[in-house]
Design a protein around this ligand. Structure first.
Ligand code: G1P
Length: 284
């Protein structure tokens, strides 16, 4: 079945980015000239997604406004003859069909995804975590969709991580299927170096069969009271296979201050209008 729908969880507090995120959604922080979440939305749309459900929470209305029409701004730009901006502003509100659901309590990523159950219905869907931005020849979620189409099972995107990073990611126990493709035998959320099964970490792109919703409902909260998607996938594994794919391209953790700076500099270096300015920077 074709993947038409995606869920973008955007309900978190963005604590790693305080104080910038005190009154502003983390997902609206700008990398060069676009808010973080727009990178995920554009990636989804260029991978064939038509309907996007964003899971939000209190104080996140800027996200809804960003993807909505703004008639006042549009007529202002029209009167002023600023046609390039006008086109861009209109393009953003026409990207996809959006739906917003509130997660009333911060009960974890798994719980946030479960909020979209009715919106998704009985079809496979993608999940994009907006902290992760990618620079890939084939969009990262499209890479996951291709593996889903090949195996007909849920897919997580992977990257090689070092020892310190095992405390930041879900880590899988892999069985190699072919170069870059693994069948998951087990998985654990943020294990740390002692308990990590491997150096394969899960990053923020997933394709799920709708069976994931039952698995989430069976998942017990972790020690912080949060329902983790990694624990839910582990339950899904009892019922059906799940695959991991080592994606091809670059990925930035833009929800983290250092990753955000790296993303901004590297992506700006790829833009001719900014390249020279950055290369000319000299610190006395
Ligand atoms: C989430 C997931 C984790 C995954 C990570 C990827 O963690 O729970 O399994 O490895 O995203 O970025 P978070 O970064 O939201 O704490």
């Amino acid at each position: 079945m074709r993947i038409r729908k995606a869920v973008i969880p955007a309900a978190g507090f963005g604590t790693r980015f305080l104080p910038a995120t005190k009154a502003q959604p983390k997902e609206m922080l700008t990398v060069i000239d676009k808010p973080l979440i727009q990178y995920s939305v554009e990636e989804a749309v260029s991978s064939g997604i038509e309907n996007i459900c964003v899971i939000i929470s209190r104080g996140k209305s800027a996200i809804e406004n960003h993807f909505d029409k703004n008639p006042e701004l549009e007529s202002f730009l029209e009167i002023k003859g600023k046609t390039d901006f006008l086109r861009e502003v209109r393009r953003i509100s026409d990207l996809a069909e959006f739906c917003y659901i509130r997660q009333k309590q911060a009960l974890g990523l798994g719980h946030a995804i479960l909020m979209a159950e009715k919106f998704i219905g009985d079809e496979p869907f993608a999940v994009l975590l907006p902290d992760d931005i990618f620079d890939c020849r084939i969009p990262a979620v499209q890479q996951a969709i291709s593996i889903y189409e090949e195996y007909g099972s849920s897919v997580v995107i992977l990257k090689r991580i070092n020892k310190e990073e095992t405390s930041k990611y879900g880590v899988i126990d892999p069985e190699k299927v072919k170069p870059g493709v693994f069948r998951l035998k087990d998985m654990i959320e943020k294990p740390g170096p002692e308990r990590a099964f491997s150096d394969l970490g899960i990053i923020g792109r997933y394709v799920f069969n709708p069976d994931i919703f039952d698995a989430i409902k069976k998942t017990k909260p972790d020690h912080r009271g949060e329902i983790q998607i990694t624990d839910a996938i582990k339950i899904l594994l009892e019922k059906e296979p799940v695959y991991g794919y080592l994606f091809k391209g670059r990925r930035y953790d833009a929800g983290d201050k250092a990753g955000y700076i790296k993303a901004t500099i590297e992506l700006a270096l790829k833009r001719p209008e900014f390249k020279k300015i950055i290369q000319d920077i000299k610190i006395e």
